[in-house]
Design a protein around this ligand. Structure first.
Ligand SMILES: [Zn+2]
Length: 152
């Protein structure tokens, strides 16, 4: 039996099929932090026929663009998005991996120009999926395998 009863939302975004334990990182990627004003509900470790266990996140009162939502695929490649308007699902899609991301990861290379506070350079990465998501710094070429560790 599924005991999931997180409330229905009127207008907002539901992010489903997040690997269990990654809901907080997903919120970080879409820019919802403590102190944010959006109404957020989360369900963690929900049973899923597809994934065993999964997390679900619902965000109300914030418009999240598709490009921003696709960044979620860096840590949750199977995530599905439901856009809700007036309690109805008006759009449903699976996230797809962006070719590049800017401003959400920091480069692990301390000597990288993107880590120099005197340089007005935002860290920028090329993203690929070759059996796992890898981001490569466009400035120094350093590869990031553990994406979660380097989220801004
Ligand atoms: Zn770098």
């Amino acid at each position: 039996m599924n005991l999931l009863t997180i409330s229905k939302i009127r207008d907002g975004t539901v992010i489903d099929h997040i690997p269990s334990g990654k809901a907080l990182e997903v919120l970080r990627i879409i820019g919802v932090r403590s102190g944010s004003r959006e109404r957020v509900s989360m369900a963690m470790n929900v049973e899923s026929s597809k994934m065993g266990r999964k997390d679900i996140v619902k965000v109300e009162g914030k418009y999240i663009g598709e490009e921003e939502l696709n960044r979620i695929s860096l840590i949750a490649p199977e995530a599905t998005i439901n856009i809700i308007e007036n309690y109805e699902i008006v759009r449903k899609f699976k996230v797809s991996l962006p070719e590049r991301v800017e401003g959400i990861l920091k480069c692990p290379n301390r000597n990288c120009i993107s880590n120099d506070p005197r340089e007005p350079v935002l860290a920028r990465f090329r993203v690929e999926n070759s059996g796992g998501v890898v981001a490569r710094c466009e400035y120094c070429g350093k590869k990031v395998y553990e994406i979660e560790r380097y989220l801004v």
